[in-house]
Design a binder for this molecule. Structure first.
Ligand SMILES: CC(=O)SCCNC(=O)CCNC(=O)[C@H](O)C(C)(C)COP(=O)(O)OP(=O)(O)OC[C@H]1O[C@@H](n2cnc3c(N)ncnc32)[C@H](O)[C@@H]1OP(=O)(O)O
Ligand SMILES: CC(C)C(=O)C(=O)O
Length: 514
């Protein structure tokens, strides 16, 4: 048997996490990193769901050449047609069609009889197969479906041309023992099952997504679906980094291979966390900040005597560098370029210059520039929307004292290039700043979430702010980093406002049937 195929759905199911809203440049950066990580298939979005998703899938399908790119579609001709427009330029266009098979979903959601569901599934797979060489068919809510019915519909969609069959645990309901038994059942009762790849897709509602995925491979699954950091609808999906490291560390129990490069795990996780605004909990397996930290005396004593006493995974295995101190104030352009190549980035010359400038500015203010800082600079440069910016920050000042009202003064450049300036108060410094920016822009803004974190450690660590808000009733998120917390907050707020204009300026081309 060949390696287990890894199907990443960070950009589709992962983006279904409440509050996550990735723009096209961010999606493309994540896609490039998933390619470096070595996933076999990436689900880049659901093209029929929005213009933004359509554009993102098309862009990724045209750019990513070493990973098979797919998009999701309902069992509807119009969804399939739109997906084809988005994916037709991929090297080997691949479609993912889903249709629910559980009594609950068929009765209450689809309002179809089981016979109608079989007929629709067969018709849509047949239709899709006229365009796409690879068609994955998912039996949504498979784990709450009748097994005999599931075996019948699976046999028929394979006859209709499906090349992959997925049995999702859509609501995270199943247990490892039950899920393993489902895969054994399918292998035994579907006569043509060996003609397709058999896939598992697990959700983490009961905290068993990775355990269930492992049970699936032990019982005949040849493809595993999941996301980076386990992000996704509700409690999320199986975390691919946890699945991959479990296979690696417990080869004795799971003698399966994947094409993943484990050393890329940390960077992939950092990138997804940064863009999605979903911080990785410190105690999360494999990528959490504490995953390799030893706090208690007995553990520290053991690790000093022999690391294997308390460490089953080495930080190096997943790309966590123990000493990530890098360039400083006196470093020049060559060393800088060399370092960013070591970090795996290939930037055009103008972007290298932009990143070098940002790096030099930082060295004036910060003693030690770490890999984390550089990483932040590089992805800011790669995804900056300056050319399309509607508003940009010229200057700001905030006056704060424990006994007076915080007051902010802000100067912005507006889209027509003019400079506007005003002052407002607020209950706190950030509110004063945001009230002032809001008074200067013409948009209607409602802030729904604000999250502050530090990049790296120490008093001079960079601050990073994520915001979620609605701008003119459109839901957007924004990100900003700076050494000062208020400056990072101002950048994040403006970044979110400006994304509305980015979304507007990247409309679907005439060819797209939307
Ligand atoms: C398990 C999963 O993760 S599935 C993927 C979930 N992802 C998303 O929903 C992405 C975001 N979704 C959207 O943007 C929207 O829901 C859209 C654009 C896809 C559809 O929007 P709308 O046309 O307004 O429909 P709405 O979402 O309200 O309802 C879904 C409709 O699709 C139907 N439907 C649901 N699943 C399927 C399916 N697999 N095949 C065919 N029809 C389906 C529902 O029965 C309902 O139909 P009805 O209008 O006849 O009752
Ligand atoms: C579309 C399918 C695979 C899905 O996301 C689920 O069932 O959870």
């Amino acid at each position: 048997m060949g390696p287990i195929k890894i199907f990443d759905t960070t950009l589709r199911d992962g983006e279904q996490s409440p509050g996550v809203n990735l723009n096209q440049l961010e999606k493309l950066e994540i896609a490039k990193q998933l390619e470096r990580f070595g996933v076999d298939i990436m689900e880049a979005g659901f093209p029929a769901s929005s213009k933004g998703d359509f554009e993102a899938v098309r862009n990724i399908a045209r750019t990513i050449k070493n990973v098979s790119v797919t998009g999701l579609a309902r069992a509807k001709k119009s969804d399939i047609d739109i997906a084809w427009e988005a994916l037709k330029d991929a090297d080997e266009p691949r479609l993912h069609i889903f249709l629910a098979t559980s009594p609950i979903h068929m009765t209450h959601k689809l309002k179809k009889t089981p016979e109608e569901v079989i007929q629709t599934a067969v018709e849509m797979v047949t239709y899709a197969k006229q365009k796409f060489p690879h068609v994955e068919w998912s039996a949504e809510d498979a784990t709450r479906s009748d097994r005999a019915f599931l075996a019948t519909i699976v046999e028929k969609v394979i006859e209709a041309g499906a090349t992959v069959v997925n049995l999702p645990d859509t609501v995270g309901y199943t247990t490892p023992e039950e899920y393993g038994a489902l895969f054994r059942y399918m292998r035994k009762h579907v006569p043509n099952i060996d003609q397709v790849a058999l896939s598992a897709h697990c959700h983490d509602d009961l905290g068993m997504a990775v355990a269930n995925s492992l049970a699936a491979v032990e019982n005949g699954a040849t493809q595993i679906e999941g996301t980076i950091n386990g992000i996704g609808e509700r409690a999320g999906n199986a975390a691919l980094e946890e699945f991959a490291v479990a296979l690696n560390i417990r080869q004795d129990k799971y003698p399966y291979q994947t094409n993943l490069r484990l050393k890329e795990i940390k960077r992939t996780s950092d990138l997804v966390s940064k863009f999605s605004g979903m911080a990785v909990p410190a105690n999360k397996a494999v990528v959490g900040r504490n995953a390799f930290a030893h706090e208690s005396g007995i553990h520290q004593d053991g690790v000093l005597k022999n690391a294997s006493t308390y460490e089953i995974i080495t930080p190096e295995l997943v790309g966590v560098q123990s000493n990530n101190l890098v360039l400083g104030k006196h470093s020049g352009r060559h060393a800088f370029k060399d370092k960013i190549e070591q970090l795996g980035y290939k930037l055009a010359d103008d972007k290298v210059s932009e990143a070098f400038q940002a790096f030099k500015q930082l060295t004036d203010r910060k003693k030690e520039v770490t890999d984390d800082d550089l990483f932040t600079i590089l992805i800011d440069v790669q995804t900056n929307i300056d050319d399309l910016k509607k508003y940009s920050l010229q200057a700001f000042q905030v006056q704060y004292g424990s006994s007076n009202m915080p007051t902010a003064t802000v100067a912005l450049t507006t889209p027509d290039g003019s400079r506007v300036e005003t002052a407002r108060t607020g209950q706190g410094s950030v509110e004063a700043l945001y009230n002032t920016i809001e008074a200067l822009v013409e948009e209607t803004i409602h802030l729904t979430d604000f999250h502050l974190s530090s990049i790296g450690k120490g008093r001079d660590a960079l601050a990073e702010v994520h915001v979620n808000m609605t701008v003119n009733e459109e839901t957007v998120s924004g990100r900003g980093s700076a050494q000062d917390v208020l400056e990072a907050a101002a950048h994040a707020f403006l970044n979110a406002i400006n994304r509305v204009f980015l979304n507007k300026s990247t409309t679907v081309q005439e060819t797209a049937p939307l």
